[in-house]
Write a protein that binds this ligand. Sequence first.
Ligand code: GRF
Length: 232
Amino acid sequence: MGAPSPKAPLRVAVLASGRGSNLHSLLRHIAAGHVEARVTLVLSDKPDAGALALARKAGVPAVVALPVEPGEAAAAYDDRVLDALRGERPDLVVLAGYLRIVGSAILDAFPGRVVNIHPSLLPAFQGLKAVRKALRAGARVAGCTTHIVTADLDGGPILLQAAIAVRPGEEEAHLASRILQLEHLLLPRTVQLFAEGRIHVANGVATIAPGPTWFERPGLDLVSGALYAEGF
Ligand code: GRF
């Protein structure tokens, strides 16, 4: 008998509307062997999104620019996204700066397998301009969250969080860029937990099965002073 065949890498589809720094970080962590996944599709509603250019450069097999048609209903647009997704049979759909609400057709097609990264410590500061909201509220601690996407916008089961102390008088752009650095580890880490099959959701709460931790690995760009919480 030969050696058991290695597990196929998790197939990941990424939806992104913007510059794509989280996509870039995911691709880098995959290339470095920290994440056992393949990004098989990158789709954007914005044809000029940096994420698409990055995906082409990285040789992602399917790179799809899918602008919204004039007057197109959200559900009709989602059906077109779903067609593109189905063609690539993803195990996981990652929203990385995707500025549209994902409707029920997509969520039902990939139950518990659509994840988002949000630049706040959810459930605080949901929605757009989360960093600004945190500063305006005088938050002393800020950070980011990965969560499973449900119909409840930014309200689905929390997966991982990372936190940093807000500096006195810190400007929004500065805090946002420090949070982004946290995001660049949190999202790849979240994908790896899916690859390891360690995420389980019951009664709206996600649990992570015990296993190897990640944040002590050499070669990761950890932000000093940050708290990375894996919850197991
Ligand atoms: C990130 O701040 C993410 O939390 C939010 O959108 C931003 C995307 O940034 N959902 P990028 O396009 O990955 O650089």
